[in-house]
Design a protein around this ligand. Structure first.
Ligand code: ADP
Ligand code: MG
Length: 470
């Protein structure tokens, strides 16, 4: 990832939620931020995921379905290792008190409940009704995985275990979730990520609850375990998992596993486990081809149109552009579309192709998008007819301040530099000055159409060396 240290310098640094909130406000716009995202509290940080909290289930579902993928992308720019976000529901989680007391969360969400297992079912055995077989779009890369999943959901132990693997954002969790959803009314379904399994395992050892833990998992009729590559190197957990797995298979329960690689490529996982994984049906989901990507974009666009009562227009040109350029994963693809939708909602217009390129810049590999601070500074100076020395000086004359703020704003918009990095490039200014500049220009843009159009022009010059558009 390009912008590893967007705001933080050290790899091990803790997440600064205030900064993320600031970024969320930038990214989603004030309306969305104030209505929804501001209400999220930060709860806890783990090695590769974070725990957030909100006050109601509705809020959680709304945020999860609309913004979570993008919030995750943002968090990743601060700390690359984070690959998942979980949102707890903590009643009385504060809109009024944004810095929720950590102990309070613990108390509400873990300790006060009848038993941790109960709580754990409540919090983590969540099946998302919005990820089902009906809205899983089929293409040549995922058809076999889909059919096998459906078979398992319809006929039970056809293939046991069913092992589905593929890269990030290919639809593995969606399929596992669909199986769980289909079977949960008639079976005891357990759907858990390997990481969460580990977490519960450690927790139950600490609290002397191993008996409950074992019972709980071995009781399942259908056991879905997501991202088993996470067990890599975790010996004690593998041991426990192996016994759970055997017990489940012995009693005829269905086991479904997902991973980012085939069983034989799992590193540091016991041979006997790998061999059991290979004992059922092993299937992969490959990268989506153009046809599938376009199909997904078309379907999602239609859904969104309906949702916004036809008040949304994303041209076929843009749909094709996204489908041909965002290739890495379906998650990114859907995320790209959501961004375009946010753009058109916030600015109340349909983005054209160059705006689309700007909005999706970090997802695209377009060579012309390599923007340097130097280019930005030079072009902004040229536009305002000042020298670079003047721009970088400490002088605060009005005719210098505005160009400087503009250049800072554009640097934030068009590069992946962190606020402190930007500050440094502008003669060691403090990051609060950088924030102030960005805010000033954002506000001015709203009320001053001429300035807004000048900035758009500059933006295009910088991006495309093209001085006559937008
Ligand atoms: P993985 O678990 O492989 O990393 P996910 O299942 O989380 O990927 O998929 C990422 C996102 O893309 C989810 O929002 C999911 O609903 C969506 N998605 C993936 N594949 C499809 C598909 N074939 N049809 C519709 N949505 C999909
Ligand atoms: Mg997944």
């Amino acid at each position: 990832m390009k912008n590893k240290n967007l705001l933080n310098k050290s790899e091990n640094s803790k997440i600064d939620w205030e900064k993320i909130q600031f970024e969320m406000k930038n990214k989603f716009g004030k309306d969305i931020y104030e209505s929804w995202l501001k209400k999220i509290d930060f709860s806890e940080e783990f090695n590769d995921y974070i725990l957030l909290s909100v006050s109601t289930r509705f809020l959680r579902d709304w945020i999860t379905s609309r913004y979570l993928d993008q919030i995750l992308q943002l968090v990743k720019t601060f700390k690359q290792e984070i690959n998942r976000i979980e949102i707890l529901i903590v009643e009385n989680s504060s809109i009024t008190n944004p810095h929720l007391d950590k102990n309070n969360i613990e108390k509400n969400s873990f300790k006060n409940n009848v038993s941790f297992i109960k709580d754990f079912v409540f919090q983590y055995n969540r099946i998302d009704p919005n990820k089902n077989f009906d809205n899983f779009v089929l293409g040549s890369s995922n058809k076999i995985a889909f059919e096998a999943s459906k078979k398992v959901a319809e006929n039970g132990t056809h293939y046991n275990p069913l092992y589905i693997y593929g890269g990030v954002g290919m639809g593995k969790t969606h399929l596992l979730n669909s199986i769980g959803l289909k079977l949960k009314d008639t079976n005891k379904v357990m759907f858990i990520s390997a990481e969460r399994f580990m977490y519960q395992f450690v927790k139950s050892i600490k609290s002397n609850d191993m008996v409950k833990f074992k019972e709980y998992f071995r009781n399942a009729d259908v056991f879905l375990i997501d991202d088993v590559q996470f067990m890599n190197g975790k010996e004690a957990m593998q041991e426990e998992f192996f016994h759970t797995f055997n017990a489940l298979i012995d009693k005829g329960s269905q086991v479904i596993i997902s991973a980012d690689r085939p069983p034989n490529k799992l590193n540091k996982i016991q041979e006997r486990i790998k061999s059991r994984f290979s004992g059922g049906l092993v299937i992969d989901i490959q990268q989506p081809d153009y046809d599938l990507r376009y199909k997904i974009i078309k379907i999602k666009t239609e859904e969104l149109k309906k949702y916004y009562s036809n008040n949304l227009n994303i041209s076929d040109e843009i749909q094709k552009f996204i489908s041909s350029e965002v290739k890495n994963s379906i998650r990114e693809l859907v995320g790209a579309l959501n961004r375009i939708v946010s753009f058109s909602r916030i600015y109340n217009k349909t983005p054209n192709l160059s705006e689309t390129k700007v909005v999706l810049k970090d997802l695209l590999n377009l060579s012309e998008n390599k923007v340097t601070i130097d280019t930005i500074q030079s072009l902004v100076c040229k536009f305002f007819k000042i020298s670079k020395n003047e721009m970088l000086s400490s002088r605060r004359s009005r005719y210098l301040v505005r160009p400087r703020q503009t250049a800072i704003y554009l640097t934030k918009l068009l590069t992946s530099k962190s606020l402190p990095e930007i500050g440094r490039e502008f003669s060691n200014r403090d990051h609060t000055t950088v924030i102030h500049s960005i805010k000033t220009i954002e506000n001015l843009k709203k009320n001053d159409p001429e300035l807004s159009s000048n900035i758009d022009n500059l933006k295009n010059q910088i991006l495309y060396n093209n001085s006559n558009e937008i």
